[in-house]
Design a protein around this ligand. Structure first.
Ligand SMILES: NC(=O)c1ccc[n+]([C@@H]2O[C@H](COP(=O)([O-])OP(=O)(O)OC[C@H]3O[C@@H](n4cnc5c(N)ncnc54)[C@H](OP(=O)(O)O)[C@@H]3O)[C@@H](O)[C@H]2O)c1
Length: 277
């Protein structure tokens, strides 16, 4: 395949060990030109030695950083075919006590981050009447339980934005895909614990400290779906000529879809037991 025929894919949040990193490798394996981005080049590990991948620094909190990377990529490759909004942060703590600064940071990264990227790339894709936008949501939005309410709310917001974008962007030939991971092995638990350790002590919720803390690592167990397996599935779906609007995969994806349809009192009972609220 000539370089001019290969899809150009830009992915946010590609630090070593995370889903973005695995997606970068999986897209490269399918003969895409991959622009892997993260807040610092050094965090992307061995992707730096992969000649199929271009590394760029991109912080989804900064419009300047996003616009600079997008214009560099268009200048170098002439186009951006696929954008994957993968960068995200966890946020754990009871809603009645969690500092608003932590909630705001989570929305700023997980909701306004993808919005910034989308607003920057859509004019380019619309001009070409071609493009795919992939937003990485979460199954937690289907059954938001205790202790990660702010995070679940960001993903529910992203799901809603994705549904609207799909309808609004169709007219410009841009396809929008909601990828909804279950529990996938990554750095998510470690990053979440690191953020959690910076929060003040709980007052009313002190007796629940160990349940709350364990929510930070809930998605990271021996049974979590390996990141490379997840990435391979996602890439196969995204590269289809007509990708589905919604694709969910990974541990808990089926159970979460079932939970979504359960009566609230049943759902609440299960979540209270599972997360010790
Ligand atoms: N793992 C799961 O079980 C799971 C389940 C459902 C959904 N998800 C979603 O999947 C996506 C990837 O998460 P992951 O599991 O791979 O976790 P991860 O290993 O912690 O990766 C998160 C990535 O986002 C980056 N990031 C954070 N803030 C950023 C910012 N301001 N600008 C640019 N990049 C930023 C991180 O960069 P640094 O390394 O610099 O912090 C890292 O590269 C997230 O949207 C997450 O919500 C994960």
């Amino acid at each position: 395949m000539e370089d001019s025929e290969k899809p150009v894919v830009l992915i946010t949040g590609c630090s070593d060990g995370g889903i973005g990193h695995e997606l970068a490798r999986a897209f490269a394996n399918e003969k895409c030109i991959v622009v892997a981005t993260s807040r610092s080049l050094g965090s992307m590990g061995d992707l730096g030695n992969d000649s199929r991948v271009v590394l760029k620094e991109l912080d989804v909190l900064s419009n300047d950083s996003i616009r600079k990377v997008l214009s560099d990529v268009v200048e170098r490759f002439g186009r951006i075919d696929i954008v994957v909004n993968n960068a995200g942060v966890h946020c754990v703590g009871p809603l009645a006590e969690i500092p608003m600064s932590a909630v705001e940071h989570t929305f700023n990264t997980n909701v306004y981050g993808p919005m910034r990227v989308i607003q920057a790339v859509v004019p380019h894709m619309a001009t070409r009447r071609n493009g795919k936008i992939v937003n990485i949501g979460s199954v937690t939005a289907l059954a938001p339980g205790p202790w990660a309410g702010a995070y679940s709310a960001t993903k529910a917001a992203l799901h809603a934005l994705t549904d609207t974008l799909r309808l609004e962007l169709q007219t410009f030939g841009i396809k929008v895909i909601n990828v909804v991971p279950g529990a996938i092995r990554s750095n998510f638990g470690n990053s979440s614990i690191a953020n959690y350790n910076r929060l003040p002590e709980w007052k009313l919720y002190k007796p629940f400290e160990s349940s709350i803390r364990s929510r930070a690592e809930f998605s990271q167990t021996a049974k979590s779906t390996p990141g490379d397996e997840f990435a391979k599935k996602i890439v196969a779906v995204v590269l289809k000529k007509n990708p589905p609007a919604w694709f969910s995969y990974g541990q808990y994806s089926t159970v979460s879809a079932i939970m979504y349809h359960l009566p609230l009192f049943v759902k609440d009972f299960i979540l209270r037991m599972a997360l010790k609220a």
